[in-house]
Design a protein around this ligand. Structure first.
Ligand code: SF4
Ligand code: SF4
Length: 164
């Protein structure tokens, strides 16, 4: 994978390893997100966003994340252990709006290319991404340590930031 395949292939044409290589490893997708809906009394999971609804990101992160490396500690079992853990695939690209603006899949999907801090443009290293504050490192609290009903106290705007 030495050529800049992400510049010549669309996401749906990528091989499995090319697809996996696009993930920058920021772990912003492991943050809890909430959608305000005044008509809903109890919190529930959803995969639908109405036109007048906004997603609020928080700094609450899944407790299975290693917050230093920003890697899942149970990657192969994650969907079993955390049912709401959604893996982005070619088949659910329509759900990409759940991903943060800096998500490399979303960037390619929206025609914005990979950012300069992406590991693929930095010899496979995540150093620049962490240095530029584009990962979750150093910014989170674990979901097992907070009262998730008080999510409003943890709403954060930094997950929405992007940097070319
Ligand atoms: S937000 Fe996107 S690019 Fe970042 S870790 Fe999640 S899937 Fe990968
Ligand atoms: S199970 Fe792993 S990949 Fe899924 S949200 Fe938790 S840390 Fe992230």
């Amino acid at each position: 994978m030495t050529d800049a395949y992400w510049e010549t292939k669309t996401l749906d044409k990528m091989t499995e390893s090319e697809w996996e290589g696009i993930c920058d490893g920021c772990a912003k997708c492991c943050l809890h997100k909430f959608i305000d809906d005044e008509n809903v009394e109890e919190q529930t999971f959803t995969d639908h966003l109405a036109p007048d609804e906004n997603i609020h990101y928080t700094n609450i992160v899944c407790s299975l994340l290693n917050t230093k490396t920003c890697q899942c500690t149970k990657y192969s079992e994650r969907t079993k252990l955390v049912p709401e853990c959604v893996k982005l695939t070619k088949d659910n690209l329509k759900d990409i709006f759940f991903m943060p603006p800096s998500c490399s899949y979303r960037r390619l999907y929206e025609g914005r290319g990979l950012p300069s801090w992406h590991p693929l443009l930095n010899k496979g290293k995540k150093t620049k991404m962490h240095q530029q504050g584009m990962s979750v490192r150093g910014k989170t609290v674990f979901d097992c340590d907070v009262d998730i009903d008080k999510f409003e106290d943890y709403i954060a705007v930094w997950p929405l930031e992007d940097l070319d």
